[in-house]
Design a protein around this ligand. Structure first.
Ligand code: SF4
Length: 232
């Protein structure tokens, strides 16, 4: 089986617990206003990769990642859910912990199967309202809600992440709304607020795509720390 892969980061430390190999899928149906990976948007923009060869490549890192694991990221891995189901099965058979980093943009049967089998889901809850999703991602809130409910039903852990952008979702009420949206879900073990950054500017320029938040300031870290306190 083959899938389109944008890149593989050998030893990552920010996408799930421990030291992890991060596999970035190509293809994403969303167009988030602050996306820092516009180079992953097109499915065919990645390299067609054989699943067994990818497993072999990952297993060369085994001594470093055996206590961490592998994170499937992107782009949106659920766009190629069947490929990632096969990869996850093979990695789990070898004793590796597999995390799925997803925005909930795709929730067909295969995507839900992938989200069920992964040991951890890193769920990007981008906004707390459907209006926010429609305006800033081009998608809808239904996908993340489906994944939250799924992980709750099967009692498997979920970490939430949200990028905080000045002037868009950085008000105290926005964070309180996030806390309230997530409060019914016992399987949510962690909520992380990530600061909006503009390191992606060069990527947009080289792709010839206008960056909608060019004039928005980066998120202030001390303000972010204040907002984090509201999560309790
Ligand atoms: S879901 Fe992620 S990869 Fe897709 S557009 Fe949004 S930020 Fe970019």
């Amino acid at each position: 089986m083959t899938g389109y892969i944008h890149s593989v980061q050998s030893l990552g430390t920010v996408d799930g617990p421990g030291v992890r190999c991060v596999v970035f899928a190509s293809g994403c149906p969303y167009r988030c206003i602050y996306c820092h990976n516009p180079d992953t948007w097109e499915l065919g923009g990645g390299t067609l990769t054989d699943c067994d060869e990818l497993v072999e490549r990952i297993m060369r890192l085994y001594p470093y990642i055996k206590d961490g694991g592998v994170t499937l990221s992107g782009g949106e891995p659920c766009m190629q859910a069947e490929f990632f189901i096969s990869l996850t099965e093979k990695l789990q058979q070898k004793g590796l912990h597999v995390a799925l980093d997803t925005s909930g943009a795709v929730t067909n049967d295969s995507a839900l199967e992938l989200a069920s089998m992964c040991d951890l889901v890193l769920l990007d809850v981008k906004f707390t309202t459907d209006e926010g999703y429609k305006r800033y991602t081009g998608g809808s809130i239904d996908g993340v809600m489906k994944l939250l409910m799924l992980r709750e039903e099967i009692e498997k852990p979920t970490y939430i992440r949200q990028v905080i952008v000045p002037g868009i979702n950085d008000k105290e009420d926005d964070i309180i709304a996030l806390r309230e949206l997530l409060s019914p879900y016992k399987t949510v073990e962690k909520i992380e607020l990530l600061p909006f950054k503009k390191l992606c500017l060069e990527k947009y320029e080289s792709l010839g795509i206008p960056f909608p938040l060019r004039d928005t300031p980066e998120m202030d870290r001390s303000r972010l720390a204040e907002l984090e306190k509201l999560l309790g």
